[in-house]
Design a protein around this ligand. Structure first.
Ligand SMILES: Cc1cc2nc3c(=O)[nH]c(=O)nc-3n(C[C@H](O)[C@H](O)[C@H](O)COP(=O)(O)OP(=O)(O)OC[C@H]3O[C@@H](n4cnc5c(N)ncnc54)[C@H](O)[C@@H]3O)c2cc1C
Length: 357
């Protein structure tokens, strides 16, 4: 039985831009309210910029996505005013164990010295992270968050980008000095501009199961090679918030994704691992293939790509959201400085008083 997390509906609201006689113009528009778009928006707002954020959806991300956030990301979230909420809601960990079959062959502790404000990693479901970021963006008041505003087209000019946006009330257009494309791995902005992503061939397939259960296992990262319950392959176990556990089963490149994501087949794999006695419910199940991709350049004139839109990595290794939030951290202060610069040809202030000679 799938026990999918049901986040609150993010309500559509019409913007005055939709009824404007001419396309409204904004300093920055961000496409995508995933972790990266939201982090960029908060960072800009903290610096006094008023970004517009467009997202096609009316809910935060669903299903099995990011879990582990590294200390560097937590430091950025601290700066954005969200670190405490993420650490409070999540599960801090620093220990890991690696098993070959049933024997532990390696263990590590990522806390090598004392005095760090944050743990090496915090595990938290991506939907909770996004909820925290949305709450912070709202609190800052400068972020114009627009749900069910789906970008359908983009035109790039030397000094601006113009967007066509679809809403429940119909389409509208608007433009901006800078467009941040944080619209994920299947980026509409990238496709609209016909920009390629250099990709590697998809490799191994993995089954990701988020399982709700009461378990006494410690909050550690456990990794098995060739365990008896899943021979010849690997398995990973991670604790998340609310007694949700992430279990990842390596399936091999030939696995049939449709068969593997059927609840009966997932339950059989989980029971083989945890035993028949353990009570659990499936929260979400996903099958994904390892694959990477990257744009040659993340800047195309006035359009800046960040997060999965710019570079896609295999989920294993906790790199996607971490590196994407670090993109936002790298981008926002530079963009805020560029926006603060007087425009070419603009009059900076009153002309100097004429001196009598
Ligand atoms: C199984 C799994 C496990 C993972 N584990 C980790 C982990 O532990 N740690 C980690 O760091 N990363 C992990 N990742 C990767 C992480 O989920 C992604 O890297 C992250 O979501 C990227 O964020 P993003 O904001 O760039 O894109 P997304 O989260 O994809 O957000 C893009 C947003 O853009 C919106 N959008 C798309 N198109 C349009 C459009 N045309 N108009 C308007 N809005 C649009 C979407 O609705 C969405 O809200 C994992 C991924 C998977 C699948």
């Amino acid at each position: 039985m799938l026990k999918t997390h049901k986040p609150a509906e993010l309500e559509y609201a019409a913007s005055p831009d939709q009824s404007a006689a001419a396309p409204a113009h904004h300093p920055v528009i961000i496409v995508g309210a995933g972790p990266v778009g939201l982090a960029a928006a908060i960072d800009l707002a903290v610096r006094g910029v008023r970004p517009v954020v467009l997202d096609q959806d009316s809910r935060v991300s669903a299903g099995s996505r990011a879990v582990s956030y590294a200390k560097r990301t937590l430091e950025i979230l601290d700066r954005l005013g969200c670190g405490d909420a993420v650490v409070r809601r999540g599960v801090a960990w620093s220990h890991g164990r690696v098993f070959l079959r049933e024997r532990q062959i390696f263990s590590f502790n990522l806390t090598t010295d004392e005095g760090h404000r944050r743990p090496p990693f915090v595990n938290l479901q991506q939907y909770h992270l996004e909820e925290i970021l949305i709450a912070r963006a709202r609190e800052l008041k400068l972020v114009d968050l627009r749900w069910q505003h789906c970008v359908r087209g983009v035109e790039a000019a030397d000094d601006r980008a113009t967007l066509t946006v679809e809403t429940p009330d119909g389409p509208y257009q608007m433009s901006c000095d800078w467009l941040v494309a944080a619209d994920g791995a299947r980026s509409t902005v990238r496709s609209a501009l016909d920009l390629p992503l250099q990709t590697s061939a998809p490799g191994d397939r993995f089954l990701t199961a988020d399982v709700v259960m009461k378990a006494e296992f410690p909050s550690e990262r456990w990794f098995w090679f060739d365990p008896p319950f899943h021979p010849n392959r690997s398995v990973l176990l991670h604790r998340q918030a609310d007694d949700v556990w992430r279990i990842e089963f390596q399936l091999g490149p030939e696995a049939d994704a449709d068969e593997e994501r059927k609840p009966e087949s997932v339950i059989a794999r989980v029971k083989a691992m945890l035993g028949d006695e353990r009570e659990f419910e499936l929260e979400s199940v996903e099958v994904y293939a390892f694959g990477c991709g990257r744009m040659d350049s993340f800047r195309h004139g006035r359009i800046l790509f960040a997060g999965d839109a710019a570079h896609r990595v295999a989920p294993f290794g906790a790199r996607g959201a971490n590196s994407g939030i670090q993109d936002a951290d790298n981008l926002a202060w530079k963009l805020a400085l560029v926006l603060a610069r007087p425009r070419a040809g603009a009059v900076a202030g009153p002309p100097p008083a004429r001196r009598r000679v």
